[in-house]
Design a protein around this ligand. Structure first.
Ligand code: HGY
Ligand code: MN
Ligand code: MN
Length: 410
């Protein structure tokens, strides 16, 4: 068998992407498959069915991660391809799903060619990569690779009050396989860039050098509800004001720090949330990210001091809760080179780049040689039903994935 001759079947891959994209499909386009929801269960069942059709040995671990194993001539740690099939509340069909289904396409190509690989190959999806319903994000892969305690993760309550453990049992994915001990020979993830760089530069493939650090904090603010008309400004304890001030300050910090620093306030709740009542309570989240750990800590410090100072000045109580905190990771340069070289050999334009988004790959990077392959996001859009990557771009990414994985398998 000459690896050069193996080609992915784009119609088969895209057909699976479209079929999975119909589960949790939103009326105006896009998909809603929050982790451990009924739609997530349906998506899981579909992908597990495909794994079985491809002859993979399927295992489900105690946090609901699902891995399908294709044995090789030798035993030992498998070359692993993974990503996620849970989505944000109104997401696209490519984020995460492409990486899992491209892994299944690699299996199908090997099966069709009757190839017996030297090393085993594992392909799977990890629970709750998005973190939108249950924080932190990358929950399943963090437990899988030993960076998050299983019981702690199972106890997490989501934005709707349900626990991870309850929801895993409810959808039938509270598996038996142990967590934390799995070691991959190497790990690969194909993913849409979710940003504008590849498209703006007209480059087909991203050889990802690493993932930036992530810091999610939730601020619970308590003041005093009161009448919007009769309460003098000097007497107010306005929780809504501090929430709004946090949002403005987060952006100011990012602007002042410049560089890779980004800041987002994605979730704000006010109580009683009425036009003529001063909010007595507020809940707001801040997502800070930076490629450099020291700078991310600087942004966190500025945010913390601003909140403490302003809360004191306004006579408000505030509780700060860390929802997620992951340091930046760098991928093995040899693996990044292999992606760059494979893309070039296949005649694709390619550039090295960091990832702004978090990925399951960042949980594997400390434990084994890890690489990610990016394909462009049209207009740089993601976490939005308008997320789109062309079939040609998908074909290029999947072919590069096949090539670099084969180098480790044979
Ligand atoms: O938030 C992230 O970067 C990822 O989509 N979970
Ligand atoms: Mn993703
Ligand atoms: Mn995502």
């Amino acid at each position: 068998m000459n690896a050069e001759t193996l080609r992915i079947d784009l119609d088969r891959l895209h057909g699976r992407l479209d079929e999975l994209g119909r589960i949790g499909a939103l009326p105006g386009g896009g998909v809603a498959r929050l982790a451990l929801s009924d739609a997530d269960r349906e998506g899981r069942d579909l992908v597990v069915g495909w794994m079985r059709e491809l002859g993979l040995q399927v295992s489900v671990d105690r946090i609901g991660n699902v891995l399908g194993l294709r044995p090789g001539e030798s035993a030992g740690p498998p070359v692993t391809i993974g990503s996620h099939i849970d989505t944000v509340k109104a997401g696209g069909i490519y984020d995460g799903n492409l990486g899992v289904l491209a892994g299944l396409e690699v299996v199908a190509v090997l099966n069709d060619a009757g190839v017996v690989t030297r090393r085993p190959l594992a392909v799977g999806f990890f629970t709750n990569e998005e973190g939108s319903r249950f924080a932190p994000d990358m929950m399943g892969s963090a437990v899988h690779q030993g960076f998050l305690d299983l019981e702690q993760a199972l106890a997490v309550r989501g934005i709707d009050g349900k626990s991870v453990a309850e929801e895993l049992a409810r959808i039938g994915y509270a598996g038996e396989a142990p967590t934390g001990g799995f070691r991959a020979h190497s790990y690969f993830e194909l993913h849409v860039e979710q940003g504008p760089v590849l498209e703006q530069e007209g480059v087909q493939i991203g050889a990802v050098e690493g993932v930036q650090g992530i810091s999610w904090t939730e601020y619970s603010i308590r003041g005093v509800s009161n009448h919007a008309g009769t309460t003098p400004m000097r007497m107010r304890r306005d929780a809504g004001y501090l929430a709004a001030a946090i949002s403005v300050e987060a952006r100011a910090i990012a602007r002042e720090m410049g560089g890779d620093q980004v800041a987002t306030t994605g979730h704000i709740q006010l109580k009683p949330n009425l036009v003529n009542v001063i909010p007595g309570e507020a809940l707001i989240t801040v997502d800070l990210r930076n490629t450099y750990e020291a700078l991310l800590q600087e942004a966190e410090r500025r945010m913390y001091e601003f909140v403490e100072r302003t809360a004191a000045a306004e006579g408000l109580e505030v509780r700060q809760r860390v929802l997620a905190r992951f340091e930046p990771v760098t991928f093995d340069p040899v693996m990044v080179d292999s992606v760059e070289r494979e893309a070039a050999n296949l005649g694709y334009s390619v550039r090295r780049m960091p990832s702004g988004a978090g990925h399951d790959a960042q949980m594997f990077a400390p434990n084994c040689p890890t690489a990610m392959v990016f394909v462009p996001s049209v207009r740089g859009i993601s976490h939005n039903p308008a997320e789109f990557t062309t079939p040609e771009q998908i074909g290029a990414g999947a072919q590069v994935l096949l090539g670099v994985v084969l180098q480790q398998l044979m």
